[in-house]
Design a protein around this ligand. Structure first.
Ligand code: DON
Length: 546
């Protein structure tokens, strides 16, 4: 009992009062972007108009993870059924299974060889084309003026900028350093006139303003100058995909999850079923039994990740992994007394945490909602910034199996289904998720954080839906993360008592306290009709709305 009280005490150091609203709420990492979205809502914009304005503004205020040169996933419900949108980067046509064979490992991380064909502009446009209410052109005001006139950079911005200087190409220095040289200090004004020009073209010429014409030419030229092989046709041929969500029932709610190329949806689906199977709910929050049970569930749910890949190129064993037979077998191997390590399907490993992805949600009281996760993969992606328009380009190619059998930048040795092929999308951990009750969306949630995204979304869902916590409390709550391989239980640093940590070790876990767990963002519609939103005190963020 004493250890439980201590653990709970440690966990309440963060704030736990959600932001409330009665019409439409936004939660995301950038206060300026949330405010841009609030203005669109106040002008009568719907959930999608608001989300597009937030996404465009984030490409200016947080280019290290949300630049136009990245990609992402959205789970959305507007007028009909819940759908998912895949606007992840694709491998350029000149790449292939052996593209990285004779290149150094760094080739999929830094420089032109690391860059996948960007999807963010096409993703935002597709969402707007299908569901937007205001004019596309009306959603750019804040993004363009913040790029042109500047904005005060945050502590997060300067931290990310300072740590990466040596990786950038010359345009990167010009775009993100004072006079191309010096770091900005928090509160100093960053102007991005070149990016404002790219946004203006996207505004007036729509997708042709990015995927054709001077912006496309600039991206191709810069990628070539940085050693890569992207061509104009790669950009022209880029297409988003609308995909059917994975679904499962949990605690009387219906959960809508991102299918492959996300690995997150199927892992969360398996974990929620295993949580039911082992009756985790009978264990007190943050008790040794509960944390151990969560760890065992997570590691088993992650076991099948190495079997996954882009569904257009690879047959994913979704039916097998979500079958009652397989899950019963997995549940039977869980004991509350001692941790047990299962045999891997393959030698695959999973990437470690970094912090260069982000998530935002927009939801209204009518049941319309969108959960969007976007990424450049690494900090500022490939560190290649386009010469003329200063667009930071991703290094999503490193999410592929680049050197079979060898670990990638996060220590990842991935499966056969995830090898490089022209036009293929790399496997992802991004897990935007929506939850319905009686046919109406009541919750939107997601997170950045590599594979820790998956266990963060799982634990926030569990705390809210099974334990009735408010979203803010659920997000701030201490988390445990096990991704099967390596066989290590990562726990939030300084959030658990020594007794709990020792108790987990006594049950056989190799416990490591981790500084950075994923940053959750979520909105929940309470039965009394009030929306509540929360962002993670582990990073920057804001809630807002009308
Ligand atoms: O798609 C993925 O799984 C990775 N590119 C995400 C990387 C990530 O979340 C890094 N940081 N927070």
């Amino acid at each position: 009992m004493k250890t439980l009280i201590l653990a709970l005490f440690l966990s309440f150091s963060a704030h736990a009062v959600p932001f409330e609203g009665h019409k439409l709420l936004i939660t995301g990492p950038s206060p300026l972007a949330v405010e841009a979205g609030r203005k669109i809502a106040a002008q009568g914009g719907n959930v999608i108009d608001v989300a597009v304005a937030v996404g465009l503004t984030m490409s200016v205020t947080t280019p290290y993870y949300a630049a136009l040169g990245g990609g992402g996933f959205a789970v959305v419900k507007m007028n009909g059924a819940v759908e998912t949108l895949d606007f992840r980067e694709t491998a350029p046509a000149a790449t292939g299974k052996d593209y990285y064979k004779d290149l150094p490992k760094e080739a999929s991380i830094t420089g032109g060889t690391a860059v996948g064909v960007p999807g963010i502009p096409a993703g935002l446009f597709a969402l707007h084309q299908k569901y937007g209410k205001l004019k596309w052109e009306a959603l750019f005001n804040e993004a363009i003026s913040l790029a042109k006139d500047g904005f005060p950079v945050s502590g997060e911005w300067t931290h990310k900028d300072a740590s990466e200087k040596s990786r950038f190409n010359p345009a990167g220095h010009l775009a993100f350093y004072k006079a191309g040289q010096e770091n900005y200090k928090p509160g100093e004004i960053l102007k991005q006139p070149a990016l404002a020009n790219a946004l203006a073209l996207l505004k007036t010429k729509k997708l042709k303003g990015f995927y054709e014409g001077p912006v496309a030419a600039d991206i191709v030229k810069t990628v070539h100058e940085s050693g890569g092989k992207m061509e104009l046709a790669d950009l022209q041929n880029y297409k988003v995909r609308w995909l059917k969500p994975l679904t499962t029932d949990f605690e009387g709610y219906k959960i809508y999850l991102m299918p492959p190329p996300s690995s997150g949806g199927i892992i969360i689906l398996e974990a929620l079923k295993l949580i039911d199977d082992i009756q985790l709910k009978s264990k007190s929050p943050l008790s040794l039994d509960e944390l151990h049970g969560l760890a065992e569930v997570e590691s088993r749910a992650f076991r099948g990740r190495s079997l996954l890949g882009d569904p257009d190129f690879h047959k994913n064993p979704i039916e097998f992994l979500s079958s009652q037979k397989y899950l019963d077998e997995m549940a039977k191997t869980i004991s509350y007394k001692k941790s047990k390590v299962l045999k891997p399907f393959t030698d695959a490993d999973i990437p470690k945490e970094s912090s260069n992805t982000t998530h935002f949600c927009v939801q209204d009281t009518e049941g319309h909602a969108v959960a969007i996760t976007v990424t450049l993969n690494n900090n500022y992606g490939s560190a290649v910034v386009s010469d003329k328009f200063h667009i930071a380009l991703n290094d999503e190619m490193d999410d592929f199996t680049t050197h079979p059998g060898q670990a990638n930048m996060y220590g990842l040795t991935q499966g056969e289904g995830n090898t490089v092929a022209p036009g293929k999308r790399p496997l992802s951990s991004m897990s935007p998720t929506l939850v319905e009750k009686d046919g109406k969306v009541v919750m939107s949630v997601g997170a950045p954080g590599g594979p820790r995204i998956i266990t963060a979304v799982l634990q926030v869902l569990y705390r809210v839906l099974a334990q009735n916590m408010n979203v803010d409390m659920a997000i701030q709550y201490p988390r445990v993360h096990h991704q099967f391989n390596p066989n290590t239980l990562y726990v939030d640093k300084e959030r658990f008592s020594p007794e709990i940590l020792q108790g987990l070790r006594d049950r056989g876990h190799t416990v490591e306290e981790a500084n950075s767990m994923a940053k959750g963002y979520a909105i929940f519609l309470r039965p009394d009709g009030v929306l509540e939103a929360g962002f993670d005190a582990r990073g920057e963020g804001a809630d807002g709305g009308i």
